[in-house]
Design a binder for this molecule. Structure first.
Ligand SMILES: C[S@@+](CC[C@H](N)C(=O)[O-])C[C@H]1O[C@@H](n2cnc3c(N)ncnc32)[C@H](O)[C@@H]1O
Length: 148
């Protein structure tokens, strides 16, 4: 929260009107998650894993989502890591969606062009789609990748 307050001008304060509201929303999401965690673990709905290697079978899921991880940490994680991670997600899921396509700080990810080109060459359908949600300024696109 301290960091977000410091970088307040990087965000659009409409859907989430203030830093305090953001804190409340995040805390409420965390509480919802924690209330479900034990039951979810027992029912096998929460399984720990770490890209670029996932503990799931080929085609096990209809859809795989990466929210605020891939592309966001493009300074810390290489283009090669992104490609490996996305191919692994595409191994276990028929469709993969990634949001947002910006780095921390709000600049577009430098890995997007290369990843798009490589996945397209490998025969995947890749499209950057506009979405109605925009919190990080300019962060209103998601990448949709499908097995062709
Ligand atoms: C900024 S948080 C985003 C959390 C949540 N997905 C969201 O959108 O609010 C980044 C997340 O990436 C996860 N993460 C870090 N390294 C990872 C890896 N190698 N594979 C998968 N997830 C990773 C972290 O555990 C953390 O939950």
């Amino acid at each position: 929260m301290t960091q977000t307050r410091k970088n307040k001008n990087e965000f659009i304060w409409e859907t989430i009107p203030s830093v305090e509201d953001l804190g409340r929303i995040r805390m409420s999401a965390m509480e919802t998650f924690l209330e479900d965690f034990n039951a979810g673990k027992q029912e096998g709905r929460y399984i720990a894993g770490e890209l670029p290697s996932l503990p799931f079978d080929r085609g096990q899921f209809d859809i795989g989502l990466s929210s605020h991880f891939l592309f966001l940490y493009s300074t810390q994680l290489s283009a090669e890591f992104h490609l490996k991670a996305l191919k692994e997600m595409l191994r276990v899921a028929n469709e993969v969606r990634v949001f947002p396509l910006l780095m921390l700080g709000g600049a577009p990810s430098p890995h997007l062009a290369l990843v798009t080109e490589q996945l397209t060459n490998d025969g995947f359908y890749v499209e950057a789609k506009q979405v109605p949600y925009e919190f990080q300024k300019g962060g209103n696109e998601m990448l949709v990748i499908k097995n062709a």
